[in-house]
Design a protein around this ligand. Structure first.
Ligand code: ADP
Length: 607
């Protein structure tokens, strides 16, 4: 399927389409030439058939004249069989076409013959005899096998009539049709040509070559005989012959007989069309050769000119995609459109590389200033603590020593100072913790999440017991990470789940699922849920979603979780619906060989 859409395939189609008109013209010419050759062959065979028929007619006429002349010879006229016999034998020497010459008496008994019969012979049953007696004129008989000569003959009869009009004797000459064979060797007739004579009933009178196989057979059903017997006149046809082989035929009626004789001459179709077929074959072969050459040329040139270059472009693109920005096509020497494309690609790769290094610098710069800022926050918080502690302790001292000397308003003001200083202290402590979590951290090792969760539960024992929470978990995996930090994540999420509980006692479930070489851990609760408008802020430092009166919180728990998870190359998010609880998800890198092995835990604290 891919090949069908390839450039090569399309180019081959273009070549083939370009060659189609030439093929059409060639086939048209071939057909035209064949038609011309068919016409020429038809003219030729018809000419030979006509020539043969003419000779045949002449032979008949000559035979008729011979008999008329013989009828005037005294020995014949006076019926002297012995003398006549010698004369007939002499005459037979003159022409090979005469199978026999003879004379019968009025009853049909043969009384003299060039080739005498072995036993007495009567021909009164012959159609030619009866017709000659009836018509008293020259008669051409139908085809028969001569009883004396044993050859296929057409007999011509001539009655001798006395002065009273009575038939005294009948002269006859048998014409040997095999003599027609000589017409097959006229120059127009190529080897493999045939000639046959059939009578009106479709019986073969003679056929050359192989007369012995055909003479006397009825071929009325063969296509060519059918055509001839339907037309009953001179014509041509391209048709299977008596033997089934296709030939170009010319046929003519041979007059003279009662039922009608037809002579046909045929040349083999393969010979008749040999030149046209050969020319067409040569043309088609040359066109095929030209097509193959054109396709090969197209194939080679597209490979050389386009596909190789495309291959290099594709390879360079893949290398760039894989991160190798130094990859170049190496096609800059080309001056065509592909060269331009390659140049543009190379320029793009250079630009991407430059941009990447600029990005890296910017990233490093950003990281550096972030670290500086963290460091600043850490140092500032650290340094602020000391004077703050002093403010706190001095105001507490002030309250203690001079509290009773101050009026009500003064005492209240001191309480505010103490309270404010203590809150500020907590804030600074939180900030310190947050920045410490980024700066510190142990190298990663295999961490059993079951253990981390157990530690977090132990740290929160009091809180959990106080709230009547029920914590359960699925088997948890072993991951790559920092044990202390993963424990902190569990601790923050669990304490939030308890802190933001609803009316009913907290139900918390921890589970894990492996996805694409990572573990997705989740902590699900049945608490108050999180309103949509807070979704954005929830992972930032001090999100200020609730007043202190509502919930006591430091506002850095989730920010720390995010920082830790991101340090592990993971991500943290949640799904929640107000009033229906929340689920917090976070991903941690899987250990290739490690799988969840822990047993199901059903921890029930105060439950
Ligand atoms: P804190 O809990 O100290 O306020 P956090 O960073 O841990 O700070 O959480 C930020 C805010 O996210 C919370 O004030 C609360 O509004 C919301 N929150 C966190 N966890 C939950 C929870 N399990 N259910 C409902 N709200 C939550």
């Amino acid at each position: 399927m891919r090949f069908v859409h390839s450039l090569r395939f399309r180019l081959i189609i273009v070549v083939l389409v370009a060659i189609l008109p030439a093929l059409g013209a060639m086939v048209y010419r071939g057909v035209h030439e064949r038609l011309g050759e068919a016409e020429a062959a038809e003219t030729e065979v018809l000419g030979v058939a006509q020539l043969t028929a003419k000779s045949y007619q002449e032979l008949l006429a000559t035979a008729g004249q011979l008999l008329a002349t013989l009828s005037q010879v005294p020995a014949v006229k006076e019926i002297h069989p012995a003398e006549s016999q010698v004369l007939f034998a002499d005459l037979m020497q003159q022409s090979p076409a005469y199978a026999n010459i003879g004379q019968s008496d009025a009853r049909g008994d043969v009384i003299a013959a060039g080739i005498p019969p072995q036993t007495p012979l009567n021909v009164a049953d012959r159609a030619w005899f009866q017709r000659a007696v009836r018509t008293r004129g020259v008669t051409v008989g139908d085809y028969i096998v001569g009883r004396i000569s044993g050859k296929p003959v057409v007999t011509i009869a001539y009655p001798l009539v006395d002065s009273l009009g009575a038939v005294r004797s009948v002269l006859f000459v048998g014409l040997d049709l095999q003599w027609l064979e000589k017409f097959l060797s006229v120059p127009q007739m190529p080897p493999g040509s045939v000639l046959f004579v059939i009578d009106g009933a479709g019986t073969v009178l003679t056929r050359h070559p192989e007369p012995e196989n055909w003479i006397g057979r009825s071929v009325a059903d063969s296509p060519i005989a059918k055509t001839i017997l339907t037309e009953k006149r001179e014509g041509t046809a391209i048709s299977p012959g008596l033997d089934g082989e296709p030939r170009v035929y010319g046929f003519v009626p041979l007059g003279g007989s009662e039922t009608g004789h037809y002579l046909a001459v045929g040349i083999s179709e393969s010979i008749a069309f040999a030149r046209a077929d050969r020319d067409l074959l040569i043309n088609v072969l040359s066109l095929i050769l030209a097509t193959v050459l054109a396709v090969a040329l197209a194939w080679v040139s597209i490979s050389k000119a386009v596909l190789n270059a495309l291959g290099r472009l594709i390879e360079a693109t893949r290398r760039v995609k894989a991160g190798d920005l130094g990859a170049r096509t190496g096609l800059d020497e080309r001056s065509d459109e592909l060269g331009e494309l390659a140049e543009a690609f190379d320029e793009m790769a250079v630009a991407v590389k430059q941009r990447q290094s600029a990005n890296r610098n910017a990233e490093a710069e950003l990281k550096r200033s972030y670290e500086e800022m963290e460091q600043f926050v850490y140092v500032a918080s650290h340094h602020l603590r000391e004077p703050l502690r002093k403010v706190t302790s001095l105001s507490q001292l002030l309250e203690k020593r001079y509290g009773d000397k101050l009026d009500k308003e003064g005492a209240e003001l001191i309480t505010y100072i103490v309270d404010g200083a203590s809150r500020m202290n907590n804030l600074i402590a939180d900030l310190l913790e947050y920045s410490r979590n980024g700066a510190t951290g142990k190298p990663f090792a295999e961490v059993r999440c079951e253990t981390a969760l157990g530690q977090a539960l132990a740290n929160l024992k009091g809180t959990l017991e106080g709230s009547g929470a029920i914590v359960s978990n699925d088997p948890l995996p072993v991951v790559m990470g920092d044990m202390e930090q993963i424990t902190a994540v569990f601790e923050n999420l669990l304490s939030n789940a308890v802190k933001f509980r609803s009316e009913s006692p907290p139900r918390i479930h921890v589970s894990a699922e492996e996805k694409e070489a990572q573990w997705v851990l989740s902590v699900r609760d049945n608490g108050i849920g999180i309103a949509t408008q807070h979704h954005e802020r929830i992972f930032s430092v001090f999100p200020r979603i609730h007043t202190e009166a509502e919930y006591v919180g430091r506002g850095i728990g989730l920010a720390i979780c995010k920082k830790i998870v991101e340090r592990h190359g993971g991500r943290i998010w949640f799904e929640s619906e107000p009033g229906k609880g929340s689920t917090f998800f976070f991903t941690l890198p899987a250990v290739a060989s490690a799988r969840a092995t822990g047993k199901q835990r059903k921890a029930s604290v105060n439950g």
